[in-house]
Design a protein around this ligand. Structure first.
Ligand code: AMP
Ligand code: MG
Length: 350
């Protein structure tokens, strides 16, 4: 159950969940399946354990982490968080457990290393049954310490594609873990992109990172307009807001439609690229040009979000040189989140 080399595609049984909860309480790391992506978890009130997340991921210091808890309402007020505004409570009631992270004033329990020294903290209640069971088990094993929280960024090396399966998380990090650390298998992540992050410290909710909960869904709950500061200037540091992120080794080019993609393809082939080293991620309605490797054919933006990261990883597994991506068409789902991740995957690396 520790860093094993077998890719059993089995959901971790209760004894593994118990062992993971104990490992976290003891200050070890756990690869934790969630509904968004696989996380690398450490107990959030143990700065040494949290430091290992930064070391294992190669994540620069000062990038704040999300605290994941079982009891969201208890966490919001007077422990991990403090003095949540009514807005935060409404969003928590509507969207927790689920892929929604709320930024609220920081509470006494949260150490500097989790917030990057900021006066706010990001909190989420995951809905994945394995993640939920681990968090619940921590509270059962040590009720005096409840509500326990784990910091859990995506289980990948910094800047790389987030893993959405056990095999991908294992390939990414197992060799960097210790024998006391635990890897859990929860099957493929259903959402596939990171949570929506909403700053709830001002008058209006502000989306700091788009996810599968959309601006429209948030506006409907708070009955207000929703700020989207992704492209604006904010004093809040959001790690997913770096221009290049979620990037495979293959070059990613986002193209508005297939015709433009084919023109790009021709230009690459004329410049000497081999067609069989080019991949395509595009809505199912788009055909696959001759010789090109189809990496994903999502029917809608929900499918696109779920399949995107695995498709980018497959491009690297197959040593493709170039991935052409045609964004999803407009629908009710996480179109913004998919387009955001595509643009970051395609952004020039520094
Ligand atoms: P991840 O790497 O997916 O865990 O991302 C964590 C995200 O939460 C990053 O984008 C952080 O910047 C964001 N985050 C965590 N804490 C805060 C905070 N106090 N204020 C604003 N964003 C935060
Ligand atoms: Mg990440």
């Amino acid at each position: 159950m520790t860093a094993s080399s077998t890719f059993s595609s089995r959901i971790s049984p209760p004894e593994d969940i118990d062992a993971a909860a104990r490992a976290l309480l003891d200050g070890a790391l756990v690869v934790l399946p969630t509904e968004t992506v696989y996380g690398l978890a450490a107990r959030a009130d143990d700065p040494d354990a949290v430091q290992r997340i930064y070391d294992v991921k190669g994540r620069p210091a000062g990038h704040p982490l999300i605290v994941h808890v079982a009891d969201g309402m208890a966490a919001l007020a007077g422990s991990w968080g403090a003095d949540p505004l009514p807005l935060a409570r409404s969003l928590a009631e509507e969207f927790w457990p689920g892929p929604m992270t709320l930024v609220v004033p920081r509470g006494p329990r949260t150490p500097d290393i989790v917030t990057g020294g900021q006066s706010t903290v990001a909190i989420r209640v995951p809905s994945h049954p394995v993640a939920a069971a681990v968090l619940l088990r921590m509270d059962e094993l040590d009720p005096a310490g409840a509500p326990h929280g784990v910091a859990a960024p995506s289980a990948n090396r910094f800047g790389r594609v987030s893993p959405t399966t056990y095999a991908d998380a294992h390939a990414e990090l197992a060799h960097r873990l210790q024998s006391r650390d635990v890897l859990l298998d929860g099957g493929p992540s259903e959402v596939g992109v990171e949570s929506t992050i909403v700053d709830c410290t001002g008058d209006l909710p502000r989306i700091l990172r788009p996810g599968s909960v959309t601006a429209g869904e948030i506006a409907a709950v708070c009955n207000c307009t929703v700020d989207d500061v992704r492209d604006g200037v904010t004093d809040i540091r959001v790690s997913g807001s770096l221009p290049s992120h979620y990037a495979p080794d293959a070059q990613v080019v986002v193209s508005p439609d297939l015709q433009a993609a084919i023109a790009l393809l021709m230009a690459h082939v004329e410049a000497g690229a081999r067609v069989d080293r080019i991949g395509l991620i595009a809505p199912a309605s788009e055909p696959t040009p001759e010789g090109v490797r189809r990496l994903a054919a999502p029917k809608n933006s929900d499918d696109y979000a779920r399949d995107l990261y695995a498709a980018l990883r497959r491009a690297d597994d197959d040593a493709l040189a170039l991935v052409l991506a045609i964004p999803p068409g407009a629908d009710e789902g996480p179109v913004d989140a998919v387009i955001d991740r595509l643009h970051r995957a395609a952004a020039p690396r520094s």
